[in-house]
Write a protein that binds this ligand. Structure first.
Ligand SMILES: Nc1ncnc2c1ncn2[C@@H]1O[C@H](COP(=O)(O)OP(=O)(O)OP(=O)(O)O)[C@@H](O)[C@H]1O
Ligand SMILES: [Mg+2]
Length: 429
């Protein structure tokens, strides 16, 4: 602790020095009998405590205190006045100016030591407090930075969860389109072969009846018999019989692809949170089943019990993301049982007052009691590393509860299955 004593009397300075030297916490004592130089010394020496005489020639202690206290650079400086003043007004003025304490003149060693100890302790505490504040401020900044990073990470994880959902949808859709396109394609190959024969036959008939010489030596009956033989040799009778079926099949396939593309166009629209529209619940669930079909076959049957007149006001992309999550979770849970029989997912809905309650009930392994409260937490997953992010239900919860004013609950009887219940406001028509 560095102490500067400013007093115009050399005697007082010497006495103060002698007593100050007995205080172990003081590491440096600077003496000054010219008050004008006080400020310069404070700057040069990095002083912690200033002991300042009040009545001095030229400049008074009051002036020095006032100047120091108006400069924030000296906020940390502790000032103790050294005074023989006896009027209370002067004390009051000093304290109002921001003095920490006072020492009476003539200097008494007991008083000086006691007051200096208090000042040093106060200074130490204040230094300690400042370093704590610095640490807390730094920690606060670190936390803010970390929070921003976490928000970014959460955003990108939610994005990647969306991407995963889109990936699953894309895989399902690719499969759904692949099937009808497959048979339209092979029908097309067959048609090409048939067409070659039909052209061959037409050319044959053309040559037969349109060229001048070919018809000359034959009766019409002979000619007709020849044409018929050609017709049979090219198996056109069989081909003609098949054509109708090929066209019916192909047009059903093309119709199916058209339907899928149609349902995709709904998903292609933007999905801002505010992008809501009315939607028939049954249609939405059917579209979700269409795109999850690939994941469900060989694993589980789906039973629907949804009235056709239930209409929701919702963001269809977000809601289908929720339904895809719930249905895929159920299918994955059933699949994890490695059972021989197919599972069952029952999807039912009923309007109750101003709400619609949608239930997804599966007959999979169910959810252990201790996990029921955790499954909506981000990153909670019981799936192997790399198989699940544990974000599906937390993103779904956010969509239902925060973005659609609904509620989302679960119940389960371990060993018998799980039931997820989504409640949403109903649109009345
Ligand atoms: N129908 C269900 N039956 C049994 N357990 C379920 C069912 N649905 C969810 N769970 C449990 O809840 C956990 C969390 O589900 P959530 O959808 O949030 O993440 P995930 O499916 O593990 O991962 P992701 O959705 O990223 O693939 C699952 O790991 C599973 O343990
Ligand atoms: Mg999931």
């Amino acid at each position: 602790m560095k102490v500067l004593v400013v007093d115009d009397s050399q005697l007082n300075l010497a006495i103060a020095k002698r007593y100050l030297e007995t205080i172990p916490d003081i590491t440096q004592i600077v003496l000054c009998n010219d008050p004008v130089k006080a400020k310069k010394l404070l700057d040069e020496e990095g002083i912690d405590i200033l002991i300042l005489d009040i009545i001095m020639p030229g400049i008074t202690g009051f002036d020095i205190i006032a100047a120091l206290r108006s400069d924030p650079k000296y906020d940390d400086l502790l000032i103790i006045m050294l005074t023989s003043l006896e009027d209370m007004d002067s004390y009051q003025r000093c304290f109002e100016l921001g003095v920490f304490d006072y020492i009476n003149k003539p200097i008494n060693p007991i008083e000086l030591t006691a007051r200096l100890k208090v000042a040093i302790e106060w200074k130490n505490n204040s230094n300690h407090l400042k370093s704590l504040i610095n640490v807390i401020t730094k920690q606060n900044e670190d936390l803010k930075e970390m929070n921003a990073k976490l928000t970014d990470a959460k955003f990108s994880l939610v994005q990647s969860e969306k991407m995963a959902a889109i990936g699953q949808l894309a895989a399902g859709i690719a499969h759904e389109i692949n099937n009808p396109m497959g048979f339209v394609n092979s029908n097309f190959d067959v048609l090409k072969k048939y067409f070659v024969r039909i052209i061959e036959f037409i050319n044959y008939v053309n040559t037969k009846f349109c060229s001048n010489n070919s018809f000359e030596n034959q009766s019409l009956a002979e000619c007709a018999a020849e044409v018929e033989a050609k017709y049979k040799a090219l198996k056109l009778d069989l081909i003609m019989g098949e054509l109708d079926g090929i066209f019916t099949d192909s047009s059903a396939g093309i119709q199916r692809v058209t339907e899928i593309v149609q349902s995709l166009r709904i998903y292609a629209r933007s999905s801002a949170d505010t992008d809501k529209d009315t939607m028939v619940l049954l249609n939405l669930i059917q579209q979700v089943l269409l795109i999850t079909k690939n994941e469900l076959k060989f694993v589980t049957n789906v039973e629907l019990d949804i009235p056709e007149d239930i209409i929701l006001y919702c963001n269809r992309i977000q809601l289908s993301q929720v339904f895809v999550n719930i249905i895929l979770n159920a299918a994955q849970a059933i699949k994890s049982q490695n059972r021989e029989d197919m599972g069952t997912i029952k999807i039912s809905a009923e309007a109750i007052g101003t709400e619609v309650r949608i239930r997804f009930q599966d007959d999979g392994p169910g959810i252990p009691e201790e996990n029921l409260s955790k499954i909506f937490e981000p990153f909670f997953t019981t799936k192997e590393i790399g198989k699940g992010t544990g974000l599906g239900l937390s993103v779904s919860y956010d969509i239902i509860v925060n973005k659609h004013n609904g509620s989302f609950g679960v119940s389960s009887e371990p060993g018998k299955g799980a039931t997820f219940t989504v409640t949403l406001p109903l649109v009345t028509v």
